[in-house]
Design a protein around this ligand. Structure first.
Ligand SMILES: Cc1ncc(COP(=O)(O)O)c(C=O)c1O
Length: 793
């Protein structure tokens, strides 16, 4: 997938006449028309006028360009068209075969070809730079970044000279700057960057960015030259710190301005108004602007032999801008930027040992803990020995009040990534339109119920919308009792199904055993690593334990109404059950008159990768399904889905109404989540990345004796820690130390299981292999350092 960035710069552009270009379009797109050449740095581009009146740009990529990178760019345009259709970016025209990219064998080698809509307009570089235009540039770039926020692609971190993460490849090119003073200026910027260390960039929030918002790549209409009307070149996109996108824009905009800092502040404020910047990002901005200018100068000087004409002109403007910035004290600049953006002005903005202010308005985490205890009571515990003060989330990242980023490998609720813009936008849009209860006709609830039903097998098609998983299980329990006439519940030994009075009674994880009522019976979870049954007949023996539970209920005067199963057994320790277990178990429950309820609050919504629902891992069809957590990506949304027959029998005695359940805003959120899962192929990502993660954890197991077992499905993994691999004795203290140690490493995982010795890993589904690598590396380091809790002591 990789492209050698230097080779890319030196391989000649594909050689093609306008006539040949037109033939190519006619052949691949069935669009007769004519082509006129356009300028391009390393590709061959044509303006194409189709006979049907539409206008396009035909882009024939350099043969040295990686197909994966081009795919990354093509899909990005498609992504933006979906997440922010109002943004003026080109739309990609698929070929007659439906493919966005067309391969063509040309004299210079095999090139990939794209046809994108032509955006009319004048480059920003050709119109006067006014404050209003600059502000609109800042705001538009912020909106573009927001549109790209949830976009991931394996090629997003490709080698690229223009990538701020890869300046090590660019800094030596500064030697090509002939004029001594200019060379020294650029080298000083690179040296300063090297001294700051890689971690300075790594700590900033990163995502796919445009990375080249220069005055040639942004268009305005001649009649309205202060508003952006087009963004046209996505060839330098890369996964990098978000704030670098702003630095690139600002670097070009300050050229030629005496008051560079004022221009920078103006653009940053406009960006900030649309997409709030972190204090740490603001603190890095001034330096990143200088770095971009130095990068441009170095690359331009290196390429001078090929394009000697405008080198002096480019170098002159850029070097003067660097010089102007050099004259400003960076700390002072950062103070000005923070003030302009309305952020607290730090005493020590950054630099040696300074981390900026912690944004906690002087209260401090200890103060928050005290207030929390007083205002929320002592019962609500905090995760981690050193609790986190999280103030923002984005994708797989959570940020604390000091701006530190944490890789979130724990929160399944934000299933499509924290604050996914498609979801937040859907919620915001519908909240501005209408939010009311479900006793009025409305399309959203029906569209959503239809979409959920279409995802479920059998007759599971009637939806009851509620707000929490507990409510869903409570309603499922009411239904099961009403429909079967039974009053007994069966659950797994350490199950958790919720917090209502009824459901808490069959959630043994949170209930002392002595308080379990007589109408509840438990069965062991299908744990073939550390449970009572292992080996070949484990499935049948676990299923047979249902008979014992049914008999125990009967001895106490109860008949089963339902067997509730969390289909990934999250609180029991995370298991993918042995084949055939649920089919056998459910047969026994149904024979005793009970219903089978699949609690998909944990496992549902594509997490298990091979399937959309956890119960599908076992090839069974439940009578009732309950949904929650990931359903609204954080918006409180949950549901019960059952068959028309059960719904009809329940309705004979009860009318179920829920004031907030199924309101138009919740349904808009739920629909957006389904859209994102489908559009971003997150089920496939859960399958592939989950497999990769478990494989890497398995490799870790071969080096760390504390890891007894690695298991799970898709992006739901359990790592069982033991004191002794032979006896499999649980090691809860090690699990606790690893969980806290990983928090220290900036990676968030949880812990679960009957003995609390299983690390729980269930990240947002936008988790990539790079994230998995980071998690495994952190776990490796932590396990190497944890004082080992052995059976001997
Ligand atoms: C399997 C399962 N079911 C139900 C619930 C209850 O959901 P909620 O907390 O939304 O009420 C939970 C919560 O953790 C759960 O894990």
């Amino acid at each position: 997938m990789t492209t050698d960035p230097l080779r890319l710069m030196t391989t000649p552009a594909p050689d093609l006449t306008p006539g040949q270009a037109a033939d190519l379009v006619r052949e691949r797109y069935a669009l007769p028309g004519s082509a006129t050449p356009l300028d391009s740095e390393r590709d061959r581009n044509f303006r194409y006028e189709a006979k049907d009146g539409r206008e396009f740009v035909l882009k024939i990529s350099n043969a040295a360009e990686s197909p994966a990178v081009l795919d990354f760019q093509a899909r990005a345009l498609d992504h933006i068209a979906h997440t922010a259709p109002e943004l003026p970016v080109p739309r990609i025209e698929p070929g007659s075969d439906g493919e966005l990219l067309q391969a063509a064998d040309l004299p210079g080698g095999r090139s990939l070809v794209r046809l994108v809509s032509y955006l009319p307009g004048v480059p920003v570089g050709d119109v006067p730079s006014t404050p209003q235009l600059r502000r609109h540039l800042g705001a538009t770039l912020a909106a573009l970044g927001r549109a790209l926020q949830g976009y991931f692609h394996p090629a997003a971190r490709h080698p690229l000279l223009w990538d701020v993460n890869q300046t090590a490849a660019v800094s030596p090119l500064a030697a090509h700057i002939e004029e001594r003073r200019g060379r020294e200026l650029a080298e000083r910027v690179f040296a300063r960057h090297a001294a700051r260390g890689e971690e300075a960039l790594a700590a900033l929030r990163a995502q796919v960015i445009h990375n080249d918002f220069n005055p040639d790549n942004v268009l305005v209409n001649a009649g309205d030259p202060e508003r952006v009307s087009g963004i046209i070149d996505f060839g330098d996109m890369v996964h990098a710190p978000l704030v670098n996108d702003l630095a690139v824009l600002a670097a070009y905009q300050i050229i030629g301005h005496d008051d560079a800092l004022a221009v920078l502040a103006e653009i940053a404020a406009a960006f900030h108004a649309v997409r709030p910047l972190e204090p740490a990002e603001v603190d890095a901005l001034f330096h990143l602007v200088q770095l971009r200018l130095a990068t441009s100068v170095a690359i331009c000087a290196w390429r001078a032999r090929e394009h000697p004409d405008n080198v002096d002109y480019i170098l002159g403007g850029h070097l003067r801008a660097i010089e102007r910035l050099e004259a400003i004290d960076e700390r002072e600049a950062t103070r000005v930027l923070r003030r302009e953006l309305g952020l607290p002005v730090a005493r020590q903005p950054h630099g040696e040992g300074g981390h900026g202010d912690n944004g906690d308005n002087g209260d401090g985490d200890a103060g928050l803990r005290e207030r929390r205890r007083a205002l929320l009571g002592p019962g609500l515990s905090l995760t981690y020995d050193e609790p986190l003060h999280i103030v923002r989330g984005e994708g797989v990242w959570l940020y604390d009040a000091a701006g530190r980023a944490y890789l979130d490998a724990y929160n399944n609720v934000a299933c499509v990534g924290h604050c996914h813009p498609v979801v937040t936008e859907a919620i915001a849009r519908q909240s501005r339109t209408l939010n009311t209860n479900t006793r009025y006709l409305h399309e959203h609830i029906l569209d959503y119920a239809g979409r959920l039903g279409a995802r479920l097998p059998g007759d599971l098609s009637v939806c009851f919308f509620v707000c929490t998983g507990s409510e869903a299980n409570d309603l499922a329990w009411q239904m099961a009792r009403a429909v079967t006439g039974g009053d007994g519940a069966i659950v797994s030994r350490n199950a958790y199904h919720g917090n209502t009075t009824a459901v808490a009674a069959f959630s043994p994880e949170e209930l002392p055993e002595r308080r379990t009522p007589a109408w509840v019976a438990t069965v062991p979870a299908p744990d073939v690593y550390n449970g009572p049954f292992r080996g070949e007949d484990a499935s049948a023996r676990y299923a047979a334990s249902l008979d014992e539970a049914i008999a125990a209920l009967s001895d106490r005067g109860h008949r089963p109404a339902a067997f509730f199963v969390d289909t990934i057994w999250s609180s029991d320790g995370i298991f993918a059950a042995p084949a055939g277990y649920l089919e056998d178990a459910w047969q026994r429950v149904r024979a005793a008159g009970g219903l089978c309820v699949a609690d998909e609050v944990q496992a549902g919504f594509a997490r298990t990768g091979d399937h959309f629902w956890g119960f599908e891992l076992q090839g069974v069809v439940p009578d009732i399904v309950t949904l929650g957590k990931p359903m609204g990506n954080g918006h409180p949304l949950a549901a019960v889905i059952t068959t028309p027959e059960i719904a009809e029998r329940f309705a004979r005695d009860f009318e179920y109404f829920n004031t907030f359940g199924g309101n138009p805003v919740s349904c808009a959120a739920g629909l957006a989540v389904l859209d994102v899962i489908e559009h971003e192929a997150l089920q496939e990502n859960a399958r592939a990345t989950g497999g990769y993660l478990r494989e890497a954890l398995g490799e870790l197991q071969s080096r760390h004796a504390a890891i007894g077992d690695v298991r799970g499905a898709g992006l739901f993994a359990g790592v069982e820690l033991v004191r002794d691999r032979e006896t499999r004795e649980p090691a809860p203290a090690v699990a606790r130390a690893v969980m806290n140690g990983m928090r220290g490493e900036g990676v968030l995982v949880g812990r679960t299981g009957l003995a609390d010795n299983v690390l729980k890993i269930r990240p947002p589904l936008v988790f990539t292999r790079q994230h998995a690598d980071r998690l495994v590396e952190a776990m490796d380091r932590v396990l190497a350092g944890v004082r080992f809790e052995t059976a001997a002591g």
